[in-house]
Design a protein around this ligand. Sequence first.
Ligand code: PMP
Length: 311
Amino acid sequence: LEAINSDEINKLELYPDPVCTGLTKRLAETYGVKPENVFIGNGSDEVLNFSFMAFCEDGAAFADITYGFYQVFADLYNIDAKVIPLRADFSIGVEDYLNLNRCIFIANPNAPTGLVLPLDCIRKIIESNKDHAIIIDEAYIDFGGESCVQLVNEYDNLLVVQTYSKSRSLAGMRIGYAFGNKQLIKYLNDVKYSFNSYTMNYPSLVIGRAALADRAYFEETRNKIIATRERVKKELAGLGFTFGDSMANFLFITHEKVAARELFEALKIKKIYVRYFNKPRIDNYLRVTIGTDEEMDALLAFFRDYLKKKA
Ligand code: PMP
C-alpha cells in the first residue's frame, strides 16, 4: 500500500515500460539469475499461455490430474496433448515422461494434490527431452518442495514459472514470471510483442518490486500458512480424513465414510467454500485451501459436528 501511494506511481498518462526493466532486474537479483533469463507476464497464467503458443509445435504433455488450464490452452490452440495418468497414489511416474519429444508441463507442487516431485526426477525428465521445453510450474513452491530455479543455469530447455498470486499474497496485481535460458525468454517475448507490448501495468511493476524488497513480510505470511497447514493436517487425520502430504497452500482430502460431494454441498450451505472436482479419479476428494486460523477452525468445527451426527 505504501508503494501504491508513493511518488513512484505518478505517470499513469504514460505507457508502462514494456521490457519491465526494474522488476526484471530485481527478480534476477533475488533468484540468482541474469536479467536476460527473466520473463514477466500478467499472472503466471499468461506466461503459461505464451508457453503453449511458443513451445508446443510438436505437442504437449501433462498429467491427467493437474492444473486445469493446461488442457484449456492445448484445446484453444489445437495442440496435440498427451495426457499422462498419475500413479494410483497421485504421484508422477518419472518413467512416463522420458523421451516424449514434446513440450512437458509439470506443476510442482502439483495441483490439486499438493504433491512434490523431487529435483533428481525433474533432472531426468529435462535430460531425456533435450530438444523440447520442460515447463515447471512452481506456483506453490514457496510453501514446500525444492525449487528448480537454479537448474536454468544448467539446462537450456528448462523454463521455471512462478507467481505473486500465492506465497506473495498479491493475486490482485497479476504478476507472474519465468526463468529460463536466454533463447527461451526471447521466444516468450516474441509471442508477447506479437499482440500486446504492455501486458504489465505500471502499478504492478512498482508493487512487484516493493514486494520483493520486503523479505520479512513474505517470510512471515508464508510461514503462517505452512504452520496452519500442518496443524490442520493433524486435525483432519484425527477426524478420519486421508490425504497426501501436500506441500502447497491447500490439502486434497477424502473421508473414509462420507462422500466428498455430500460434504461439499453441506459446507456450501454454511457458506464454507472448498473445491469439488466432478472428474474421474478425484470425485471423492475436496481441495481445501489453507485460510486464516479462524477460517480453518470454522471448517474443522463443521466437520467435527457433521461427522458426529453421521456416526
Ligand atoms: N499454476 C497453477 C498450478 C495454479 O494453480 C495457478 C492458480 N490458479 C496458476 C498457475 C496461475 O496463477 P496466476 O495466473 O494468478 O499467477
